[in-house]
Ligand binder design. Structure first.
Ligand SMILES: Nc1ncnc2c1ncn2[C@@H]1O[C@H](COP(=O)(O)OP(=O)(O)OP(=O)(O)O)[C@@H](O)[C@H]1O
Length: 560
């Protein structure tokens, strides 16, 4: 082997061993030190150091080194343009100092001249480049008198600097990914320890947090709490939290839905009755209020209570006693009363359906539970939560595909959390064998639930026919159309009667039609009225801008 062959063989070994260190990029300290050690042992390029820029000061500092003492590392700091190192960083160009004793810009800052050999010493520095920009400097000392030309060493160092750049980039990427995972973990941890999670209340939206804060404040205040919110927003869940976080937690929690019990039974259900008080009252029975003694009574749908019973309830609140049906004896009760309504009680007062004095008593501490569509970010969390629960319940392992969560987030959810929970349960049961829950499957379940698809298709046909052939319609098709419209009205009626549509009626103008072609007219009309401003158009339709945009894009209506 000639001298030239031997030199090339060494170069090859150095490059190969250095390149292998890229695999250790997750441990940059180890990887870079190994490289600096190889070039020192095999090529006599000593005291190798890799300087990087401090993010805040911009100074170059020695991040990795081989053969330097701790003091030398600490001294090895340079401003940009300072010394040869600073100049390499600034210019992005490598630099060879053949004899450091003859170069006045060489500062001898890192390693003092006395520490180095007496004979002439050279210095080589090359930038570490990432995406065309210098991100650091790599530098070494070597004896000037070695046989290898300095520029040959520089060529190898340039290659080594490339490997180091790669190691640093991979490491940055790994650190970023770890950071994301840490944040996700942190989010989950925060969620698990958040105020409501203790009580199975999932969510982190500010709207939900406001409500949770109020619950915490009210818990031990013994005030009557009025929970307001559309159907399925968690009024009962919150009332349980109120109970469990109060000093009454060991007492009973009794819930009663005033709308679900026939009027003539509600009084005895609430107040109890004496034996013989009415036909069929064969036994004395305690009412729910009495049973809730030392605990909490949750009266749901209080707006549906009749005026007579409202007066009796007012007495309970004022006198803290109840009188059973068929008795005159007041019985003292110590009950915390929480009431809920999806109806606007104030409106009930205006319409003479609700007593003003009772309204004042109940409205001392109102807590508004936001509809799901206003809980930004919660839909995702709740969806994953319900998916986990349903997977566990049915012993399967379904997952959402990419579009599913996006769809869930943009849908209006008139039935709120209850509807979301039901839809996900059904989706888990209906998911194909591939176990993916798709946006299409969710849409299908929602439209099956509401029967609204059929109605919207009929409406569509109706409009199309009128647009095309008014005369024919007038004379021949009108009876048929009347039938169809009747069917459509029937569908609407059915939907309005279904539980989750109550929110649509009571919430006023909300519309929960899925994105259908009929909607394009509505969207375009709103855009027209808002002079093309999408945010305003969304507001006109009582939608969030996201929902509005989603619908536009689903319908292929690209509006600039
Ligand atoms: N923040 C939440 N996190 C997890 N589950 C929730 C949350 N809020 C409500 N739920 C669940 O959603 C469903 C509906 O909640 P809840 O019955 O409390 O609503 P509601 O407002 O009382 O409804 P309605 O007015 O129709 O009686 C329940 O299964 C409940 O457990």
């Amino acid at each position: 082997m000639s001298m030239l062959d031997i030199a090339e063989h060494f170069e090859f070994i150095v490059i190969k061993e250095a390149a292998e260190q890229i695999e250790n990029a997750n441990q940059p300290e180890k990887a870079i030190q190994s490289i600096l050690s190889i070039i020192s042992r095999q090529m006599g390029l000593n005291r190798g150091r890799v300087l990087l820029q401090e993010p805040t000061s911009g100074y170059l500092y020695t991040a990795y080194s081989y053969g330097l003492t701790e003091e030398e590392v600490a001294r090895s700091r340079f401003a940009i343009r300072e010394g040869i190192t600073g100049k390499v960083m600034h210019s992005g160009q490598p630099w060879i100092v053949p004899d450091i004793d003859l170069e006045e810009d060489y500062l001898c800052r890192t390693v003092s001249r006395e520490t180095l050999p007496q004979e002439p010493v050279s210095f080589i520095a090359t930038p570490i480049i990432r995406n065309g920009v210098p991100v650091g400097v790599m530098a070494v000392n070597r004896l000037k008198g070695r046989t290898r030309p300095l520029d040959k060493d520089l060529n190898i160092l340039k290659l080594i600097a490339l490997f180091i750049s790669e190691i640093l980039a991979v490491n940055t990427m790994l650190e970023q990914q770890t950071q994301i995972l840490k944040e996700e973990n942190e989010q989950l941890r925060a969620l698990a320890t958040s105020q409501g999670s203790h009580y199975g209340i999932i969510g982190e939206s500010s709207a939900l947090m406001d409500a949770l804060n109020k619950v915490t404040r009210a818990a031990n205040a013994s005030v009557t709490v009025l929970l307001k919110g559309e159907s399925g927003t968690g009024k009962e869940k919150f009332s349980r939290m109120l109970h469990l976080s109060s000093h009454r937690q060991d007492g009973p929690f009794i819930a009663i839905n005033c709308a679900a019990i026939p009027l003539d039974l509600l009084e005895s259900e609430l107040f109890g009755h004496e034996k013989g008080a009415f036909t069929g009252a064969t036994q004395t029975k305690q009412g729910k209020i009495e049973l809730a003694h030392k605990g909490t009574l949750f009266l749901d749908e209080i707006g549906d209570m009749d005026l007579g019973l409202q007066a009796k309830l007012l007495r309970v609140l004022e006198e803290r006693t109840i009188t059973r049906v068929g008795s005159n004896r007041p019985i003292p009760v110590d009950v915390r009363i929480i009431v809920a309504s999806h109806k606007d009680l104030h409106e009930g007062v205006n319409q003479g359906r609700f007593r003003l004095d009772l309204f004042y008593r109940l409205n001392v501490f109102p807590i508004e539970l936001p509809p799901l569509r206003d809980r930004y970010g919660d839909i995702r969390l709740l969806s994953r939560h319900f998916l986990n629960l349903a997977n566990q319940e049915y012993g399967v392992g379904t997952i959402f595909d990419q579009g599913a969560l996006g769809f869930l987030e943009t849908y209006d959810w008139p039935g709120n959390i209850r509807q979301l929970e039901n839809v996900i349960k059904r989706a888990v049961l209906m998911a194909e064998s591939n176990r993916f829950i798709t946006a299409d499957l969710i849409q299908q379940i929602i439209s099956e639930e509401s029967g609204i698809m059929a109605a919207s298709r009929i409406a569509h046909t109706h409009k199309a026919l009128i647009a095309k052939e008014p005369d024919v319609i007038e004379h021949e098709m009108q009876p048929m159309l009347n039938d169809r419209v009747a069917v459509m009205d029937h569908h609407r009626h059915k939907v309005a009667a279904s539980s989750h549509d109550e929110s649509m009626n009571h919430g006023g103008k909300r519309n929960y039609w899925r994105v259908s072609e009929d909607e394009s007219e509505r969207l375009m009309e709103a855009l027209h009225q808002a002079h093309g401003n999408k945010t305003q158009a969304a507001a006109l339709l009582d939608m969030t801008p996201r929902q509005f945009n989603y619908r536009l894009s689903k319908l292929g209506l690209q509006v600039k």
